[in-house]
Design a protein. Structure first.
Lengths: 154, 341
């Protein structure tokens, strides 16, 4: 980490002044919109799951094809240039569902297209979702290990 | 023809005129309140170019060409090209020079580069160096998003203090003119800024990082030139935006100065802040370049203003420096421009 520069009293006063003048984020409005946007996406996901269950799958079996459909939907909306608007208004309501994860994979791929398929798309594909994948795997390993220590295999 | 030294920061000149100026902007800027003052407005961000970087290059070349056409001079008559942009290795400015094949002095001071180019260009002409200087700066919303922020199609919520990098380019042809006529625009003086860092670390609030630099440069300029702020009809900062102008006013007030009437901002003027959803307002080298070359020069020529001070502001951080926990150093360069009678 960089050495922390010592701030003078004048600088601290300035930072306080800036804090007072800085426009706040509309947290309540954002939370309400996020609830409804996220809820709508989950409702769509539930609809897809019911569709597969109607066609003879158990709820557990229907989970995987539902995930695939929702990822495809997120990718499609990203490609059409609409998903960034969903998140712009919906915030975490748009980012958190699996469609948001799809957006985080497809957006860098589209962006890196001009730098070629190998060092562009291939290398940049995980620039946004990378931390989620890496730390998700690490967390799964730790949780799995704890489960094994307490409950053994099975 | 001479340069007068007022301090190590401030210099004034005789007889350096702005022979012509041009501004080319993108669709969002063309939808804003200053649309009528721009020479060309692109119908789309990319305007049929295959990448945002190539689009930025084309935007710069177009502004440079329009400026030369308006000055009625050809490329071989340009002694020196100066300017810069935001992209790594200054690829817009440098690649444009591959086309025009004129001597190039590429500069970097982020979004402050346009005032720096005008000031350096004027000083070199007044010092008896090049006879004609083309000063230009550009930025592109999409190439800046790609380099500094996230992929274009990635959804995320921007902070209200975040800056909107403008798709815009501005260019001015500077020349010496010993028989300055009525109506000419002259570059009177320049004050080169000091790098100031008051500890702001948030790249989504560059206004807070840059305002102390703008305040320092304006104060220094007024002191060196022994002027009061009322000498100018208006002082235009580069891209402090809504938040920065508020802060600058508050900083001045703390020192007992009432600047409210005299300070405006290019990034705030370029857009309709309420309607266009550009958060804090415009930023990028092209922001002050296009607002100056389009709007401000027009206002000077049409006697709306007599004298203005352009204070382009730049946040000198990189995507790596802020991830490493560094605060954001900032700089502001000031150029005084006036109309003869």
């Amino acid at each position: 980490m960089a050495k922390v520069r010592k701030l003078s009293r004048e600088m601290k006063q300035y930072q306080n002044m800036a804090d007072q003048l800085r426009p706040g984020k509309p947290i309540v409005k954002n939370a309400v919109v996020a609830f409804f946007v996220g809820g709508t996406i989950c409702l769509a996901g539930q609809g897809v799951q019911w569709f597969f269950m109607q066609h003879g799958m158990t709820p557990k079996e229907a989970t995987s094809p539902t995930t695939v459909v929702m990822i495809g939907l997120g990718a499609l909306l990203t490609g059409l240039g609409w998903y960034d608007l969903v998140v712009k208004y919906g915030g975490m309501g748009g980012s958190l569902p699996i469609t948001g994860f799809s957006n985080a994979m497809v957006a860098p791929a589209m962006d890196a297209r001009t730098e070629g398929f190998v060092l562009g798309v291939g290398a940049k594909l995980f620039t946004v979702a990378g931390p989620v994948v890496a730390y998700g795997l690490a967390a799964a390993f730790v949780v799995g290990l704890i489960r094994y220590l307490f409950m053994g295999v099975g | 023809m001479s340069v007068h030294r007022h301090s190590s920061s401030s210099y004034s000149f005789d007889n350096v005129i702005i022979q012509s100026q041009a501004a080319v902007v993108g669709p969002v800027e063309g939808d804003g309140p200053l649309a009528q003052y721009f020479d060309r407005i692109w119908p789309s961000e990319l305007n049929n170019h295959p990448s945002s970087e190539k689009a930025e290059l084309a935007l710069l070349i177009e502004a440079q060409n329009v400026a030369l056409t308006k000055a009625r001079i050809e490329w071989p008559n340009v002694d020196l090209v100066m300017g810069g942009d935001l992209l790594d290795q200054l690829i817009a400015t440098n690649f444009a020079a591959r086309e025009h094949e004129r001597p190039l002095a590429g500069l970097f001071s982020a979004c402050a580069v346009f005032a720096e180019s005008l000031g350096f260009g004027a000083m070199m002409i007044a010092g008896g160096g090049p006879k004609t200087v083309l000063a230009a700066a550009c930025s592109h919303h999409q190439s800046a998003e790609r380099q500094f922020r996230y992929p274009l199609e990635l959804g995320y919520q921007k902070a209200p203090t975040a800056a909107w990098t403008s798709t815009a380019a501005g260019a001015c042809v500077l020349a010496e003119d010993n028989s300055v006529k009525d109506g000419s625009l002259v570059i009177e003086a320049v004050t080169f800024g000091h790098v100031i860092d008051w500890g702001e670390k948030n790249p989504n609030d560059m206004a807070t990082a840059m305002t102390p630099a703008a305040f320092d440069t304006i104060k220094r300029h007024l002191r060196d030139m022994q002027r009061d702020i009322s000498y100018y009809d208006q002082v235009y900062t580069g891209d402090l935006g809504v938040m920065g102008i508020r802060l600058l006013d508050a900083m001045a007030r703390q020192e007992g100065l009432n600047w409210s009437r005299y300070i405006s901002d290019c990034g705030k003027s370029l857009y309709d802040i309420e309607r266009q959803d550009v958060h804090n307002g415009g930023s990028g080298p092209g922001c002050s370049a296009s607002v100056f070359s389009g709007f401000l020069c027009h206002q000077l020529q049409h006697r709306e203003f007599h004298r203005i001070l352009l204070v382009s502001t730049g946040a000198l951080f990189s995507p790596k420096s802020y991830l490493q926990g560094e605060s954001i150093p900032a700089i502001a360069h000031a150029v005084a421009v006036s109309r003869i009678n």
